[in-house]
Ligand binder design. Structure first.
Ligand SMILES: Nc1ncnc2c1ncn2[C@@H]1O[C@H](COP(=O)(O)OP(=O)(O)OP(=O)(O)O)[C@@H](O)[C@H]1O
Ligand SMILES: [Mg+2]
Length: 334
């Protein structure tokens, strides 16, 4: 079957703006991107740039004080920001699943891992308890948990951190979602386990034909798994491109800074990139470019002009005055 709907992106986020209720302060402004079926999008940026609130708001599970004040989140053409509570329950965990940095956010400590996967399955499918248990064992096997028929009856705290993360992934994937949103899925784990979990996600993404949005501080994760990448800074997307272009030809000074601050392989693990200075806070955004104070290539107009995201190559957008200098007038304003 083909046609416009089949070719349409799985997810299309258009101009998403998130505002702190009652304050008029935007935490995130005008975020747009498309995600095709089976593709992996990496979302990168320092702490406080708006990655999590964006991810949570797509499933409408952000804190109630954070409201979408503009934009659309089109999932298979349906604006899920407008869906009613019943429809959202079907979407969450059924068509779109989410995993978090800390597995205990998703796993309930008082139920066995198996019971929780069985519940997740039965919430979205008409399936008997016995069949759900068999499916849960199969899922635990898929995510690489040894002796799944025995492990299914343990409680989350009886598992190691890495195994708990696998159990959370098993629960998230139980209903074979079309999209998995993973917010820093490996940050709390040690380096070797991180690599295993990323490899697991990559394999499962391929096996299930599942698209993924992976929020991460770690450009190594992007290199390993992402097709495309969004670089966020101070509540905005400042660069959007393929993962290959990100490493080959970054266009924004912030992205360049992130790439420069990737620690060499033999360095002591230093997770956070170190660009001098800090991200401005949502209620105190500068007038011009939000990165100007930290930019090694800052120019006078950067203090007054807030550069829009413009196209600088095929599938490559960036928001930097350096590009506007040379390209405005050639079209491509986005
Ligand atoms: N419930 C809330 N109330 C007010 N401000 C909030 C709330 N949640 C997040 N923020 C603010 O929104 C901005 C974006 O936060 P968010 O958690 O999305 O950042 P992040 O990019 O995920 O950071 P990290 O890498 O540390 O997880 C930050 O300035 C944060 O302080
Ligand atoms: Mg976060």
């Amino acid at each position: 079957m083909s046609g416009p709907v089949e070719n349409a992106p799985l997810l299309s986020v258009r101009g998403l703006t998130l505002t702190l209720k009652g304050t008029g302060v935007n935490l995130v402004s005008n975020v747009s991107f498309d995600l095709q079926r089976g593709q992996v999008l990496g979302v990168v940026g320092e702490s406080g740039c708006g990655k999590s609130v964006t991810a949570l708001s797509m499933l409408r599970i952000a804190h109630p004080s954070i409201v979408p004040s503009a934009g659309e989140v089109l999932f298979q053409g349906e604006d899920i920001l407008k869906a009613n509570a019943h429809r959202m329950r079907q979407v969450r965990g059924g068509e779109i699943a989410m995993i978090f940095q800390e597995p205990m956010t998703s796993l309930n400590p008082v139920f066995t891992v198996g019971d929780q996967i069985v519940e997740a399955l039965r919430a979205h499918q008409s399936i008997g308890r016995k069949a759900a248990r068999t499916a849960a064992i199969e899922m635990l096997y898929h995510v690489g948990i040894p002796s799944p028929a025995q492990r299914i009856d343990v409680f989350p705290h009886q598992m190691s951190g890495g195994m708990r993360q696998r159990a959370m992934i098993a629960m998230a994937l139980a209903c074979k979602p079309k999209l998995l949103i993973a917010d820093e899925p490996t940050t709390a784990l040690d380096v070797t386990i991180q690599a295993q979990i990323i490899e697991l996600l990559r394999r499962l993404g391929r096996e299930f034909g599942m698209a993924m949005i992976i929020v991460t501080h770690d450009l190594g994760v992007v290199a390993d798994i992402a097709d495309d990448v969004l670089i966020m800074y101070a509540g905005r997307v400042i660069e959007r491109c393929s993962a290959a272009d990100l490493f080959r030809r970054p266009r924004h000074p912030y992205t360049e800074g992130l790439l420069r601050s990737v620690p060499p392989l033999d360095a002591d693990v230093e997770r956070l990139p170190t660009i001098p200075g800090t991200v401005p806070l949502p209620h105190a955004m500068p007038i011009g470019c939000r990165f100007a104070d930290r930019c090694p290539d800052v120019r006078a107009p950067c203090r007054t002009l807030d550069p829009p995201l413009i196209r600088v190559g095929s599938g490559h957008l960036t928001a930097c005055i350096r590009e506007i200098d040379y390209r405005a007038g050639c079209g491509g304003l986005k």
